[in-house]
Write a protein that binds this ligand. Sequence first.
Ligand SMILES: Cc1cc2nc3c(=O)[nH]c(=O)nc-3n(C[C@H](O)[C@H](O)[C@H](O)COP(=O)(O)OP(=O)(O)OC[C@H]3O[C@@H](n4cnc5c(N)ncnc54)[C@H](O)[C@@H]3O)c2cc1C
Length: 503
Amino acid sequence: MSTVVVIGAGVGGLATAARLAAKGHTVTILEQGDQVGGKLRTYRRDGFAFDTGPSLFTLPAVYRDLFLKTGGPFEEAVDLQPLEPAFRYRFSDRSTVVMPGVDPARCAAALGAAFGGTAEADWRALMQRGGAMWQITREPFLQSPLSGLKSVLSLARNPQDIRTVAPFTSLRALGGQYLHDARLVTLLDRYATYTGSDPRLAPAVLATVPYVEQTFGAWHLGGGLGTLADALAARCTERGVTVRLGTSVASIDLSDGRACGVTLDDGTSMPADIVVANADAGQVYGTLLAGDPRAARLAKDLAKSPASLAGFVLLLAVKGRTPGIEHHNVWFPERYDAEFDDIFGSRPRPVQDPTVYACVPDDPLMRPDANHESWFVLVNAPRHGDGRDRTVDWSRPGVADAYADHVLAVLAERGTDLRDRILWREIRTPADYERDVWAPGGSIYGTSSNGSRAAFQRPANASPIPGLFLVGGSAHPGGGLPLVGMSAEIVATLVGRAPSESE
Ligand SMILES: Cc1cc2nc3c(=O)[nH]c(=O)nc-3n(C[C@H](O)[C@H](O)[C@H](O)COP(=O)(O)OP(=O)(O)OC[C@H]3O[C@@H](n4cnc5c(N)ncnc54)[C@H](O)[C@@H]3O)c2cc1C
């Protein structure tokens, strides 16, 4: 059995640690922040509670497997609740769809009832294609320690599989093949943002995202999704994992070209047989392994990969109840493309006419009483930086407050004016996410999937440095809780193999 150091207590780090400890390894997690969970956390104040990272939980099977294999059922560790309905979408022409929480056929019927024409049949056909893509990619790509477009192509069992996955077709183009109503195209486009991407560039295979959401359901965890981080940490502790908060790793140590431990920012060395990095891949190869030529090559490649979009977040403590609000709510703008131009274009700026997303859980554990609401509002944003290299400086005085006012005014224009009922608000900009959880530029998902190369060639879980493995949203197979959970399973399997096999 090995001594393992995990850098970072994000979901990927916690999930890998629990799996490895259950197999008998001696595991220590080092986390720079003062709490576990990374981007996954629930913020509480004055009886209000907000998920400040993930608010939509999908594909619980990934976490059912993790919890069962590490000591006990998932449902005993968290309060897993199906959402019914799951979403209310409002379009710029004021049409509205209330989307069921599960079942593509019911979702298609809801779209048909709202839009008429061929909407129901169109969505059904698209979800059938998404299902076929899921069958082809799930095991050989998402659940395997492989990366690279070549792997996907060689894994496809026959040319028909390649035609189904259409690796060089964009999500937008796929929508154009199936959907006749522009509102359906907008709805499909939104799923590109689930990987931090632009639908005009992201691959068609992202049609698996609505397929998975509608087939396996949209879920909430009672008390907030942050309870998953607590449950993971508890499971780690039960399995004997040591979790050290407030502990930053400054470098990964090498001996004969192999990872042999880490050095903390206070200079302390921690030897280990295996290092698992849950930190952003760009930090791993660019900073923690500075000077290593293998890492330098990867850092250079990563610097060329388009970053994922970031998020601008408002936490609103609201007095009274708002009519017509579901758990998840989306208000679309008139011109969705302008949003992606503002974020990914050569002159990025805070999105002028943004899609506004709000999670308003009808959960007694997340509000002081039945006459108040906790609003988590998320607007896609360009990543934070010094204003050069396609970034926006979100830390400049006044920028965040002015933009928060703008977002609330946009919401009011679209029919939901909360401004007189807000008791207090807090703002989380991409700069805050960068500072708190060390997400470069506040990117939600590491790199984006803009382009087939970016989508299929994320950093591999087994690094070229023996003894070093990468887990989490910036590594294969990608971001979001389901994929991060899958990356933890891949890494735990790789570490579990004899060193000669895994290197
Ligand atoms: C606003 C927002 C909304 C989102 N919405 C959803 C959603 O609805 N559904 C969904 O499934 N996903 C969503 N996501 C994505 C999801 O949160 C992430 O994909 C996932 O939580 C990332 O997990 P991770 O394992 O990569 O770790 P991270 O959360 O990135 O955590 C990495 C940890 O490593 C620590 N660390 C980094 N470097 C060091 C170092 N050198 N030394 C010590 N510690 C270090 C950091 O402090 C951090 O705690 C959202 C994310 C955000 C920000």
